[in-house]
Write a protein that binds this ligand. Structure first.
Ligand SMILES: [Zn+2]
Ligand SMILES: [Zn+2]
Length: 267
């Protein structure tokens, strides 16, 4: 399994997961041509996608879903709430999915779980194949136990670390927006992300990407410092943590299984 972060944050989100020949685009919140170029830059193409998987209907996660699906005949997997909010429910390629079920998309299993966020039926995903297990949870106000459960036994956890409370409260956002971001249906703070990982101390993820960092109320340094401090306190200082970037394709992760399999190619 391989995962790329192409974009992450309120200006657009887009991740690509590839495993055993199945490629899934998770979120498509950047302009269409940019997503096409990014996917092609890693040697894949949009016609070969097995699906577009959407967490929720906010524009930073789905703005190019319709054009991408129509142009390349790729099915869109999202909750009924998300499909309805985007007026996509009648699209022949719309595939409604539900929290708690497993969907087999080619060689990859997608397991949606409900998250608390201010829109209709938002989801996070556990994504598993024969060679890796990843999960993505961004845009959630807090981490209920049904969500925390999904973070165990993972090779890669992509988890929101949206804001530093001090930067948020002393920053320029209007009061209502500060309340929305920090509310139970808003976004996850750095400390809350750290606590959620620490809650899996018995079976922690092998690697973590901190994602959807606010450009105004956070920085990679703040996020890494806070989360690392929490993890060290729980004996998890060895878990490697990286931060995604807003509009740059910088992170690529390859599962150990896939790395081993690739070795003979380079021998
Ligand atoms: Zn978002
Ligand atoms: Zn959102």
């Amino acid at each position: 399994m391989q995962v790329w972060s192409f974009a992450s944050g309120s200006d657009g989100n887009c991740y690509l997961v590839e495993s055993e020949g199945t490629a899934l685009l998770v979120e498509c919140g950047r302009p269409y041509t940019q997503i096409r170029d990014l996917v092609e830059s890693v040697g894949l193409d949009l016609d070969g996608l097995g699906g577009i998987v959407l967490t929720h209907a906010h524009g930073d996660h789905c703005r190019s879903a319709r054009i991408l699906s129509n142009t390349h005949r790729v099915p869109i997997y999202a909750s009924r709430g998300t499909l309805g909010a985007l007026s996509l429910e009648d699209l022949s390629l719309a595939r409604p999915i539900e929290s708690g079920k497993t969907y087999v998309l080619g060689q990859v299993d997608v397991k949606p779980f409900a998250v608390p966020h201010d829109c209709r039926e938002p989801l996070g995903f556990r994504i598993e194949s024969g060679s890796g297990r990843a999960a993505i949870a961004t845009d959630l106000g807090w981490v209920p136990s049904n969500v925390a459960r999904q973070f165990r036994d993972l090779d890669l956890l992509i988890l929101e670390a949206n804001y530093d409370p001090h930067l948020l409260h002393t920053g320029t956002y209007p009061y209502f927006l500060k309340q929305r971001v920090s509310g139970t249906y808003g976004h996850l703070s750095n400390a809350a992300a750290g606590d959620a990982i620490a809650a899996c101390a018995d079976r922690p993820p092998a690697a973590v990407w901190l994602a959807h960092l606010s450009e105004h109320n956070n920085s990679p340094k703040h996020a890494l410092q806070t989360v690392s401090r929490v993890l060290r306190r729980h004996g998890l200082g060895h878990v490697p943590i990286k931060t995604t970037q807003h509009r740059r394709s910088t992170l690529r992760w390859t599962s150990a299984f896939a790395r081993e399999r690739q070795l003979p190619l380079f021998a």
